[in-house]
Write a protein that binds this ligand. Structure first.
Ligand code: 17E
Ligand code: FE2
Length: 421
């Protein structure tokens, strides 16, 4: 396969790329006009990018696939709080069946793939004695692997120390194929349980050689300070890059003096951060009158301090969030607004937040990126660089995995328009 007339991120000229046996075998600058045309004998196997941006695939580093497409079943979240979402989900959980989960997961992964995602980390609730969701989703991994790499987090939605047999359920989830150990310290009954759970989670991951991704301080309580416990455990266990703190919305409410001290630890620990801006702007601030907090973690400040931050959707039409359509560019657009990241420097590297920073969080970097020798996994986006893709919310024109075309799209075609000039 050949790709011609492609723009690459951060590069001024056009590029031609060659793919052999599923990997990039050549990446070369070509003349800076869209003159290159496929040679007739290669035409059927050539993608003409027409000056559009060729990027590494999107990474969805935080979604709850077990809960997707269940909004309103059996009841709607009326208050819009995280806590009512957990209650509504607890009503849906006993109704889960393998068929129900499989059908919703396949539909959603298809949607994500059509929108350029090739890597997914899903949290799956294991506070369910039957572990139906975990077993079903683990069973789908192989089937999905031609389109996406899926990581499964054993996620204790109702707590590890606060839920009956919470620790045993987490251990069983590992036996059934979980790749990542989750946690929810701010939701445990007591601060002590929260602290204990963080040490236990990191130790369990270390014991099994797994990763860690904790829902950490997803609350507007400025006194919720489990991030320092998680980062310390990660540092002391030498697990930093294998550990992720998701949400950390309480950091929005920490005072600046505490945050300044905290950042020293966070930097040393080398942990990753996931922020879900559309989800957090919706769920947080719910106990405020006016002014209302945004309740998003300090994405810009973490980035500027050199830490790894990526953005995620969290939900697609579930008890926490009724909207969502699989488009990470929408989440990025919202995040750039909410986190005051609309300066040129932020915008011109913004796709990092939904591509390579996510790959670093998932620890898949070695096989990820547009480089000779790496698997030919890429997308072609409408637009020529980060800024223009975001400005026009460009569509995914192609998604290619190991040299196989997964998705090809003709953009919408305007049939008639007013003449104004
Ligand atoms: N569960 C949770 O604790 N937090 C969330 N944001 C979602 C589920 C979606
Ligand atoms: Fe989440």
């Amino acid at each position: 396969m050949n790709i011609i007339n492609a723009r690459l991120r951060g590069q001024p000229s056009l590029y031609s790329l060659t793919v052999e046996q599923g990997c990039f075998s050549a990446i070369e600058p070509q003349s800076d006009t869209l003159t290159a045309t496929p040679e007739s004998d290669t035409i059927s196997n050539t993608i003409d990018a027409q000056g559009n941006l060729l990027s590494a695939p999107f990474v969805e580093p935080h979604i709850h696939l077990d809960a997707v497409l269940t909004a309103g079943q059996p009841n709607w979240n009326q208050s819009g709080t995280l806590f009512e979402g957990i209650e509504r989900w607890a009503e849906r959980k006993p109704m889960l069946t393998a068929e129900d989960i499989e059908q919703r997961v396949l539909k959603t992964v298809q949607l994500l793939v059509e929108n350029g995602v090739q890597y997914i980390r899903t949290h799956v609730d294991v506070t369910d004695p039957s572990l139906t969701a975990l077993k079903t989703i683990a069973g789908l991994k192989e089937k999905l692997s031609k389109a996406v790499e899926l990581q499964i987090v054993a996620f204790p939605q109702e707590g590890i120390c606060s839920f009956p047999n919470g620790k045993q359920l987490m251990e069983q989830a590992v036996e059934h194929g979980a790749d990542v150990i989750g946690g929810i310290p701010h939701f445990e009954y007591t601060r002590e349980y929260g602290v204990e759970s963080m040490h236990w989670v990191v130790a369990l991951a270390k014991k099994h050689g797994l990763l860690v991704d904790v829902h950490c301080d997803e609350i507007d309580d400025e006194a919720s300070r489990f991030l320092e416990v998680l980062a310390t455990a990660a540092l002391e266990q030498d697990m930093g890059e294998r550990v992720t703190a998701s949400h950390t919305t309480a950091m929005h409410s920490y005072n600046n003096a505490y945050c300044s001290k905290l950042f020293r630890l966070l930097k040393k620990s080398k942990i990753n951060f996931v922020s879900c801006p559309t989800e957090s702007i919706h769920l947080q601030g719910r106990f405020d009158t006016f002014p209302k907090r945004r309740g998003i973690t300090r994405v810009k400040e973490l980035r500027e301090a050199g830490m790894n931050v990526c953005l995620a959707q969290d939900s697609i039409q579930d008890p926490w969030y009724t909207l969502g359509n699989g488009k990470l560019l929408r989440v990025l657009d919202a995040g750039l607004h909410i986190c005051h990241m609309m300066g040129y420097r932020d915008l011109s590297t913004a796709l990092d937040l939904i591509t390579q920073n996510g790959a670093k969080t998932l620890q898949v970097e070695e096989q990820y990126g547009i480089e000779v020798g790496k698997p030919a996994n890429f997308i072609i986006l409408q637009g020529s660089d980060d800024l223009s893709v975001i400005q026009q919310q460009g569509e995914v024109l192609y998604s290619v995995r190991k040299g196989e075309v997964l998705v090809q799209r003709e953009p919408a075609y305007l049939v008639k328009t007013a003449t104004l000039s």
